[in-house]
Write a protein that binds this ligand. Structure first.
Ligand code: CO
Length: 218
């Protein structure tokens, strides 16, 4: 049986050759240091690859992905990545990007038992409880509305985490943006843009939630 990974190594060699052809010092420069200006917190979904969507090369975006793009203060993985991004790399722009047709969001909508993942998506389920209007939407819009509200929730969580609190109390320029990605057409939509230490995060998140309600509830 052929090794299903052989193609991937061949792809890699072709990619390296292509990069070297356009910039022979690309890898040499990258090996010295990474200076990304953006951190991407997104979903694991294979249809939502950070670099491709925003047209950035290796070295330009620092990426953390998990199921459902969840930001929780007790998630050591996510929090360590955020800390490294903000405190070591000094990244000024943090982006939380959710997407439509998200399996994690969809799993939060039914009352079935999915196993371990149910613990992970509990915070997404809570969003539904706090926004009772969502479940009254036409069925086909519920998932999209929840996907968008999930982005707002995770941006708010990011704003409240220790790393951001400290960065903002030390007057460092770090801002938070929330996007939703449409896997059906490849486009990003901005839900929250560049919240910083001077922003009233709760008020802006509430306002963005009302806008989602107005747009998807109409
Ligand atoms: Co997803």
């Amino acid at each position: 049986m052929p090794d299903p990974l052989t193609d991937l190594i061949a792809n890699n060699r072709r990619w390296v050759a292509g990069v070297n052809a356009s910039d022979p010092t690309f890898f040499q420069k990258l090996a010295q240091q990474q200076r990304p200006q953006y951190m991407w917190i997104g979903c694991c979904d294979s249809r939502v690859p950070a670099n491709e969507i925003i047209g950035l090369l290796p070295g330009q975006v620092f990426v953390h992905r998990n199921v459902g793009n969840v930001v929780q203060a007790n998630d050591l993985n996510c929090m360590s990545a955020v800390q490294y991004a903000v405190e070591v790399l000094g990244i000024p722009h943090l982006i939380v990007c959710g997407h439509y047709n998200c399996g994690a969001v969809n799993a939060s909508l039914d009352d079935l038992a999915h196993g371990l993942i149910d613990y992970w998506i509990w915070p997404i389920k809570e969003i539904q409880r706090r926004n009772p209007w969502v479940m009254k939407l036409p069925r086909e819009r519920i998932g999209n509305a929840m996907g968008e509200l999930n982005v707002l929730e995770q941006v708010a969580n990011l704003a409240e985490c220790k790393v951001l609190r400290r960065a903002w109390s030390e007057n460092r320029a770090v801002d938070l943006t929330g996007w939703i990605y449409d896997v059906g057409d490849g486009r990003l939509r901005t839900l929250l843009v560049r919240l910083d230490r001077d922003s009233d995060v709760r008020a802006l998140v509430a306002k963005a939630g009302e806008e989602i309600h107005a747009r998807l509830g109409a």
